[in-house]
Design a binder for this molecule. Sequence first.
Ligand code: SF4
Length: 119
Amino acid sequence: MKRQITCIECPAGCALSVEIENHKVVNVSGNKCPKGVPYAVSEVENPCRILTTTVLTEGLSLKAIPVRTDRPIPKAELFRAMEEISKIRITGPVSAGDIISGDLLGLGADLVATRDSGL
Ligand code: SF4
């Protein structure tokens, strides 16, 4: 089976042609540099994304604080991560970069605030 994907590792946006056998990448072509190969393997075998969302607050002037994972997490875990995040409430002031939830769901990514909450 062949799949066409676009490498997003840099602005060149190479069109990659990926040969897949038994859910494993066996050949990648169309990449202008070596980074395209691990990108294709990750995208096909374990696609991951940075999760960006908000966490509700209690007792702060802002109703919600924007947050993101500090590294990509598997796409297959995004829904479960959103469920977990929906249970969190920020009850005191936070600054951009503060960890809101460490090692979210044991996925190795911290959930961090991306702006200050104010008081
Ligand atoms: S294969 Fe290399 S040059 Fe092409 S988009 Fe990916 S990182 Fe950029």
